[in-house]
Design a protein around this ligand. Structure first.
Ligand code: ZN
Length: 280
């Protein structure tokens, strides 16, 4: 069975147990959480997260902790070359997320590479490499998965080559999270998905791909905007996204929806069902 779930919330008092229950209510067999608000670094103590109960419930349903994905907060910018405080704060928050991911028993932590702001992309990449080499030295048994980005502003990671370079220069194994909305927005035409996947394999290597974010896009190919649309409601379209989800080379990969709520309600149960049943 394909491993398909969505982003779910993790909030007090039930924390991870609540996340697992939410995912199960969508008939998901994978899930992704931010371990606190994505835009700040305030985090509840690990002991309060109800990890043991959550793990039991998830496993009782026959699912694996490897398919519980953690997303690092997007305030982290380890590509910042100008402000040493932002850079060291980014490293500290990342280190904390790795500790929490390990405590949860997650295998993958998704991370946005960052933005080089007014500096060059190459200098930004140098800082990302420096930060990852420092932080990962400790050894966490969690794989950081760099996300493919849309190329909004000065974002690093909108070309597979950027991620390949970081992976090559970091002394510890890294993975990749492939976001369909971001790659589309950065100019990879997913209508010819086999071609994109081949390019990914040549530049990065398919064995590095562990997680996919399945999102439609509110913008045209190459718009570099990064605005997620509901499945089948955007420019990528249902058929292409279904092809990605069911691609034989991606069978073992964990797929996560990050589509917007509709009228204040999560669309995930319906989107998961439609994608699951759409095998062609
Ligand atoms: Zn992301």
């Amino acid at each position: 069975m394909i491993k398909l779930g969505s982003h779910v919330s993790m909030a007090k008092p039930d924390y991870l147990l609540g996340s697992v229950k939410e995912a199960l209510s969508y008939n998901a067999n994978a899930l992704m959480v931010y371990t606190g608000a994505p835009q700040n670094s305030f985090r509840a103590p690990v002991e309060e997260l109800k990890i043991a109960e959550a793990t039991s419930l998830w496993r009782e349903n026959g699912y694996r902790m490897d398919d519980v994905i953690i997303h690092a907060p997007y305030i982290i910018n380890i590509a910042n070359t100008v402000n040493p405080d932002t850079f060291s704060m980014g490293k500290e928050v990342l280190r904390n997320e790795l500790i929490r991911s390990r405590a949860i028993g997650a295998k993958y932590l998704v991370l946005h590479p960052g933005s080089s702001l007014k500096d060059t992309l190459e200098n930004g990449i140098n800082k990302v490499v420096e930060a990852l080499n420092e932080v990962l030295e400790e050894g966490f048994n969690v794989t950081v998965c760099l996300e493919t980005m849309a190329g909004k502003g000065s974002e690093i990671g909108y070309r597979f080559e950027h991620l390949a370079e970081i992976i090559r220069r970091v002394n510890y194994p890294l993975g990749v999270c492939f976001d369909t909305c971001h790659t589309w927005d950065s100019g990879y035409d997913l209508n010819d998905f086999d071609k994109v996947l081949k390019e990914f394999d040549e530049v990065i290597g398919l064995e590095k791909l562990h997680v996919l974010h399945i999102n439609d896009s509110k913008n045209e190919l190459g718009a570099r905007k990064d605005r997620h649309a509901n499945i089948g409601e955007g420019y990528i379209g249902f058929e292409t996204l279904s092809k990605v989800v069911h691609h034989p080379l991606l069978k073992s990969k964990t797929k996560i929806l990050e589509t917007p709520y509709i009228d204040g309600l999560p669309p995930y149960k319906d989107e998961i069902e439609r994608l699951r049943n759409s095998s062609i």
